[in-house]
Design a protein. Structure first.
Length: 358
C-alpha cells in the first residue's frame, strides 16, 4: 500500500508539472485492478495524505511556501500535495510509470516510491528516490530517507538502527554540476512538515590506503557475489566485511556519502558482481540506482560498471547496457576496479565454465 500510494502522489505532482515528459516507476496498477478492496484502501490513503497537506487538487500546486529572504537559511513549509481526482485516474498514473521505459533520448522521471520495503515494514531504513534522466544521463536527483537520524551537518552513522524518533529523516538533492545538498525533515505538532535549511555537502576525501576502506553490502543478497566482495576486502585489509550491512540499495548509497558502520565518512565503497556468467542479461532495475549515483558523483564519488563504462539509464527498465558496478571515491576507484577485474578473470562461473560461487 505504501509503494502504490507514494508512487501515485509522486506521479500526480510530476504529471501535473511536466505533462510531456516520460515516467518510469517500480509499480503498475495490475494488482490493484484485480483487487478492488486493496485499490480503494490505497486511494483512501492517497486522498488522506493530500487532504492532510492542505491540497486535494489534481496537478495543481499550492503557492503557500515560506522561504527566508536569502532563499536558503529558513525552513521551507512543504507545499500542498496534488492528488488524483478519482480512483481510475490513480490507476492510470500508476500504469503510466509502471509500464514506462526510458530510452536513449528524451526526458524521463525515474522513481522508486519505497526502496527497502522489507526494512520499511520493520521500522528500519528505506528511501524514496526520484531522478530526472535526459538522454540516458541523470541530471537531477532528490532522495529522502524518512527514518534516518543524522546531525544537522549530515554526519553520523547510516545503519538500520539509526532511526529518527522525532522527525522525518533527511533529504539529499542535487543538480548535475552544482554539488549535493542535505536537509533535515521534521514534523511539527500539527503534522506540518518542514524542510530544514540546506547544507552543502563536502566532497569526499581520498582514503590514505585501501585498508581504510569499508565495504557496504547486504549479507541477505542473492543477486551479488558476496564471496568476491569479501575476498577483495580481506585482500586489502578492509575488514570486517561488510563495514555496513544495509538492505535498501539507495540507503547503501547513503552510507557511501554520509558514513556507515563505524561512521568513517568518505571511506565506504560498494561493488556488485552479478551472480552467474559474464554477459547474462542485467537484473539491476534503474529505479534502484537512479538519483543516488548522481548524488554520489556530485560529492566526488565515481560509479562505473565492471568494464569501466559509465552507467546508462537509457536502455529500458534495467541497466541493460552495463554489467555490475563499482562505486568508490575517485582517488581509489581505479585501483578497486583493477582488483575486482582480476578476481573476475580467475572465476570459472563468471567465465562460463561452471563450478561453485555464492
Amino acid at each position: 500500500m505504501a509503494d502504490f500510494g507514494a508512487q501515485a502522489l509522486l506521479m500526480a505532482a510530476l504529471r501535473g508539472s511536466f505533462p510531456h515528459d516520460g515516467f518510469v516507476g517500480e509499480e503498475d496498477a495490475e494488482a490493484l485492478r484485480s483487487d478492488r478492496q486493496l485499490a480503494d484502501a490505497v486511494y483512501g490513503l492517497v486522498r488522506e495524505e493530500a487532504l492532510r497537506s492542505g491540497g486535494f487538487r489534481s496537478g495543481k500546486h499550492s503557492e503557500e511556501e515560506s522561504v527566508g529572504a536569502d532563499g536558503d537559511e529558513e525552513d521551507v513549509t512543504m507545499a500542498s500535495l496534488p492528488a488524483p481526482e478519482s480512483l481510475e485516474e490513480m490507476l492510470e498514473l500508476l500504469d503510466l510509470a509502471g509500464r514506462g521505459r526510458p530510452g536513449p533520448q528524451g526526458r524521463f522521471w525515474i522513481m522508486d516510491p519505497v526502496d527497502g520495503t522489507a526494512t520499511f515494514l520493520k521500522g528500519q531504513q528505506y528511501a524514496v528516490a526520484l531522478a530526472l534522466v535526459e538522454d540516458g544521463r541523470e541530471v537531477l536527483s532528490v532522495v529522502c530517507y524518512p527514518n534516518l537520524s543524522l546531525d544537522d551537518g549530515g554526519g553520523g552513522v547510516v545503519a538500520e538502527t539509526s532511526v529518527d524518533e522525532h522527525g522525518c529523516g533527511v533529504m539529499l538533492s542535487c543538480v548535475r554540476g552544482q554539488g549535493a545538498e542535505y536537509r533535515k525533515l521534521s514534523a511539527e505538532q500539527q503534522q506540518q512538515h518542514r524542510l530544514g535549511p540546506a547544507r552543502k555537502l563536502a566532497r569526499l576525501p581520498t582514503p590514505a590506503s585501501l585498508a581504510d576502506l569499508r565495504f557496504v553490502d547486504c549479507l541477505a543478497s542473492r543477486s551479488s557475489r558476496l564471496d568476491i566482495a569479501e575476498g577483495i576486502a580481506r585482500q586489502v585489509g578492509a575488514m570486517p566485511f561488510p563495514g555496513a550491512d544495509l538492505w535498501s540499495s539507495h540507503v547503501r548509497y547513503a552510507a557511501l556519502m554520509l558514513g556507515g558502520g563505524d561512521g568513517s565518512s568518505g571511506h565506504h565503497v560498494m561493488m556488485r558482481v552479478p551472480v552467474g556468467a559474464r554477459g547474462a542479461p542485467s537484473k539491476a532495475c534503474v529505479w534502484d540506482h537512479a538519483g543516488s549515483q548522481l548524488l554520489y558523483a556530485e560529492m566526488g564519488g565515481k560509479v562505473t560498471d565492471l568494464e569501466g563504462r559509465e552507467m546508462d539509464f537509457g536502455r529500458g527498465r534495467t541497466l541493460a547496457g552495463n554489467w555490475g558496478l563499482v562505486a568508490a571515491p575517485e582517488g581509489v576507484h581505479g585501483e578497486l576496479l583493477r582488483l575486482v577485474r582480476e578476481w573476475i578473470e580467475r572465476d570459472p562461473v563468471i567465465q562460463g565454465g561452471g563450478g561453485g560461487g555464492a
